[in-house]
Design a protein around this ligand. Sequence first.
Ligand SMILES: O=P(O)(O)OP(=O)(O)OP(=O)(O)OC[C@H]1O[C@@H](n2cnc3c(O)ncnc32)[C@H](O)[C@@H]1O
Ligand SMILES: [Mg+2]
Length: 172
Amino acid sequence: MQKTVIIGSKNPTKVQAVRNIFQTSEVNSLDVPSNVSIQPFSDEETRMGAVNRAKACAASSSGAIGIGLEGGVMYVDETLFLCNWGALATGDGKLYTASGARIAIPKEIEEELKITGELSTVMDAYTKKENVRSHEGAIGIFTNNCITREDMFTHVVQLLKGQYEFANFNHK
Ligand SMILES: O=P(O)(O)OP(=O)(O)OP(=O)(O)OC[C@H]1O[C@@H](n2cnc3c(O)ncnc32)[C@H](O)[C@@H]1O
Ligand SMILES: [Mg+2]
């Protein structure tokens, strides 16, 4: 693919996920605001953060594809899950979205999250590591590193690229 791809984050797990999928494109990163809470607490809000980032990136450079990736949490009944959303926006107003794999968050982490308000703070304290969000991520910790944050976002970006290609290059 010839177009430049701009990912709206400097987080290395997100940037690398885009590089993994858009291997033949120039991939640039841009720190843009999500314009949602620091810790989104629903699918809707998390998806909105991804969409806002993707649109800001697409608007920043003529002809480029913008990608936003956003992490959050959401309840299914009484259980809190990790949720992640991605969005791909084009300069001519097209938008594609996709969500990532989700797993339940242990109750003790959920309780801490309600007190401190941000998962990254809770994860660093829980693991006694620094900057878990930029490495294996919460999903890496809670899956014993079977699926890292980069793996999960790579799949989301693959879903975005596939939808983009279906819409633009499907000449059945
Ligand atoms: O620089 P940006 O792109 O903002 O990267 P980030 O790591 O802050 O990631 P998000 O804003 O998308 O995530 C929203 C919040 O959810 C938390 N979070 C989400 N997924 C996480 C993970 O896998 N590990 C640790 N914290 C996570 C983190 O506290 C963020 O403030
Ligand atoms: Mg953030």
